[in-house]
Design a protein around this ligand. Sequence first.
Ligand code: ATP
Length: 212
Amino acid sequence: MTALKSEIADLKSQIHFKAMIKVGITGGIGSGKSTVAKVFEVLGIPVYYADDAAKRLMNDDKELKQKIQLQFGEAVYKDGQLDRKFLADIVFNDPGKLQLLNALVHPATLQDAEKWMHQQSTPYAIKEAALIFESGAHEELDYVIGVYAPAPLRIQRAMQRDKISREEVMARMNKQIDETIKMRLCDFVITNDEQELLIPQVTALHQKLSAK
Ligand code: ATP
């Protein structure tokens, strides 16, 4: 029996389970995070979109729903569905309330993303999120890719995509951490300034990450 045990231990030590690499993609408003993430998807890499997941969880996760209702009132859900406008009106001009909402939504999304990551079988998988460092998500990730674009271009893209004014974009931008600081925190930076070619940067990084 002892011999068998030591044989098993020996066998275990020879097997090196290669844990899947968890990669984050982040960047400011209009930087092109989703665009870059979609290129990785074309290369066969699964992507978890944190924003979409948070929206889904706010409607589907029973525990999270209860917590939101407790903090923001029953009226925040209409026929079981989140009244996004109602909630946005509460948190938009009140940083304390926004912080409160994030303190409920971020942990639920972190947990959901972790579960999702464990279900993937590719050499690496990606989590796309605007607030990777702010939410503490980076602690669960092996690498973070920053998507960089100059501010004037980001403003122009966001105005065009969301049909909103410069002032509205600026108000959103001012709530995010400084882009230069954010990029410095990243392990890799992809420049999406419409000057440098995007696809070769993504494929080079894909090769690097696949080989790790
Ligand atoms: P947000 O955080 O605001 O959701 P994001 O960082 O995910 O933004 P995207 O949605 O990928 O950014 O890009 C913003 C807009 O800019 C989109 O309409 C997208 O099509 C456009 N865009 C992004 N990158 C490029 C590019 N290299 N060339 C042309 N258009 C681009």
